[in-house]
Design a protein around this ligand. Sequence first.
Ligand SMILES: Cc1cc2nc3c(=O)[nH]c(=O)nc-3n(C[C@H](O)[C@H](O)[C@H](O)COP(=O)(O)OP(=O)(O)OC[C@H]3O[C@@H](n4cnc5c(N)ncnc54)[C@H](O)[C@@H]3O)c2cc1C
Length: 371
Amino acid sequence: MTEVFDGIVVGGGIVGCACAYYLSERFPKVLLIEKGPVGGGSTAAGMGHVVVMDDSRAQFALTQYSQQLWNELFPQLEPSCEPRSTGTLWVAADEEEFSHVDGKRKLYESNGLRAEVLDTKAIREAEPHLREGLPGGLLIPGDSVIYPMTAAAWLLDQARLRGAKLLQGRAVVKMGQGKTTLDDGTTLDAHFVVNATGDRAQTLTPGLPITPRKGHLIITDRYPGYVRHQLVELGYLKSAHEMSNESVAFNAQPRATGQILLGSSRQFVGWDPGIDRNLIAKMVARATEYLPGIGSLSVIRTWVGFRATTPNSLPLIGSLQHDPATLVAAGHEGLGITTSLATGKLIADIASGVESKIDRNPFAVSVEVKS
Ligand SMILES: Cc1cc2nc3c(=O)[nH]c(=O)nc-3n(C[C@H](O)[C@H](O)[C@H](O)COP(=O)(O)OP(=O)(O)OC[C@H]3O[C@@H](n4cnc5c(N)ncnc54)[C@H](O)[C@@H]3O)c2cc1C
């Protein structure tokens, strides 16, 4: 008799691994299928900033819930996952931006999060390499940083210790109605299947509103202590929101190695994997406006990755109306490292038919079914 799995997760990025992690707590027979290296897609390209974001009420709820879940896991993560409580320092470029800082503080505090307004003197004390004369910023001490690829592998390892299986090196060519077909023609059966293939999710579930959005990152040599917090310009959300062809925002992260990871860019250029040197120059110029000395540091590598963008900037987490045995966990744009754990929890809740701690409705999946 052929084996019937409780659930099959397609895609071993951080989102698929988080789904396997929480599904394996509730179901004995979980299989994850990954065609390449675990965590080798957008997960390998991401920055690893675990951050509560306030672009919308739903985004705030999902990121805050996920951060709580990361905080629960932090003591158990292996050192290779590099969990670090860096906090986020939102930096105001001018007085106009600084005038919004107190409103942001109130929002975070009213949701139970610590937030501290730093004036021009305090922000330089917190980050001595920032430009002199910046008006200040907002420190969110609860945010953190992880190394995404090893964190994804760790989540999957834990799922496997609970009995989940991994099928690696095979691509899924078709999924739906509880059936998953592999590229060698094998068909596997399950009570439910989860499409966690990130920016490629519409290949297996046609009609999903996902568009790839390219991002470049730059990593420097080791300069321990040069940057102490994850530094983000207050205008970052404007850049993330702009659906223009190209945008750049200042974002700098201290890595556990002492390296500085510098972002970020956003481009709608399809799947073009090339490095755009002009854009790299714009990113460095933007960073120099905040960290005037950054241009003198050695860069050792640049790379690109693709964010899975949706029209309302929220991930798609839920079942298909016309095929309830197919669940989708994709479209996490620039927040999938942060929101992977909450996504995994929500998927496990849906699969086991229980309420979730946060409202799932904003993430409901709708696809255009072509007859
Ligand atoms: C430049 C950049 C910076 C970022 N910074 C951050 C950050 O600081 N914080 C944050 O929270 N997020 C960040 N992100 C976003 C984050 O990286 C993504 O949202 C997240 O990695 C998405 O994970 P995923 O598992 O959905 O997708 P992926 O990691 O792409 O995983 C999907 C997997 O599915 C597999 N797959 C695809 N098709 C098939 C198939 N047919 N059969 C089998 N397997 C298949 C792929 O091989 C891949 O491994 C950033 C992204 C970029 C590009």
